[in-house]
Design a protein around this ligand. Structure first.
Ligand code: NAP
Length: 249
């Protein structure tokens, strides 16, 4: 299928897990894809495996100047950006609020919320100038439900859900499609860290009960297509039966 032929996508956190899967599928559907993560070697290896439609840059999304440079490099390499997959995220610190490390707590927000804002801030002027663009903020059930030991993660994802709403409000009528996307509990390295913590109910889910990354990739890439236009401004969730039915799962 080449329904995304000619589109240009930026995927953050593309070195593994959901971001890697999304980058691979976007490229398989015809898009040109810039993959970014802090580990430049890991993300370059994924891009190399995809081939000429992919490129990679080392990037920490919490560094706004670096984000701007990479967005510029993406434009120079592939042309104007059509799709942002705002996926980079960390679970740490997993700790009770009373004993948590303030610096680690702030670092989580710096990546999961401010990092996501940074990338939106850097891509949005170009999308608005072109009168089109798709932004997918990777959300979580944790945005809506507190879980013990995850105060930073839950707070950051809740903030990100509000950022998604704010983008929808401020760009209304200007050709921008924006979605939250909750992937469900999927089998990635993040879940390895969660299981190792032993903290809260999510850590007790056996690996065999986690959802495959490929299912979430299907949902995420569906949001990049016109079929999802009516979901603009919502948080599409893989836990939602109606959404799963729409994507054939
Ligand atoms: P993962 O396997 O740990 O992958 C996270 C990715 O983000 C990696 O590529 C990582 O690469 C990158 N990253 C982390 N910090 C970064 C930073 N400061 N700048 C740039 N890239 C950064 O996690 P995942 O499960 O695929 O998670 C992907 C997204 O889905 C996250 O937003 C997560 O919160 C969300 N989510 C996951 C689940 C789940 O069950 N797994 C459930 C709900 C939501 P580097 O470390 O090299 O930077």
């Amino acid at each position: 299928m080449d329904d995304l032929k000619g589109k240009v996508a930026l995927v953050t956190g593309a070195s593994r897990g959901l971001g890697e899967g999304a980058a691979r599928e976007l490229a398989a559907r015809g898009a040109s894809v810039m993959l970014v993560a802090r580990d430049g070697a890991a993300v370059a290896a994924v891009a190399q495996g995809i081939g000429e439609r992919a490129a990679a840059e080392a990037l920490d999304v919490s560094d706004y100047a670096a984000v701007e440079r990479v967005v510029g490099a993406t434009r120079s390499r592939f042309g104007a950006l059509d799709i942002l997959v705002n996926n980079a995220g960390v679970i740490e610190p997993i700790a009770a609020i009373a004993t948590s490390d303030p610096a680690a707590w702030a670092r989580n927000i710096q990546i999961n919320l401010i990092g996501a804002y940074n990338v939106v801030r850097a891509v949005l002027p170009g999308m608005l100038a072109g009168g089109a663009g798709t932004i997918i903020d990777v959300s979580s059930g944790a945005a809506y439900r507190p879980l013990e030991g995850w105060s930073a993660y839950c707070s950051g994802k809740a903030g990100l859900a509000m950022l998604t709403n704010a983008i929808a409000l401020e760009t209304a009528g200007q050709g921008i499609r924006v979605f939250g996307f909750s992937p469900g509990t999927i089998d990635t390295e993040m879940q390895v860290k969660i299981r190792a913590s032993g903290m809260n109910v999510i850590s007790k889910i056996p690996r065999g009960d986690l959802l495959p990354v490929a299912h979430a990739v299907r949902g995420l890439v569906y949001l990049c297509t016109p079929a999802a236009d009516d979901l603009h401004g919502t948080d599409a969730s893989m836990r939602d039966d109606a959404f799963r039915a729409r994507i054939g799962l």
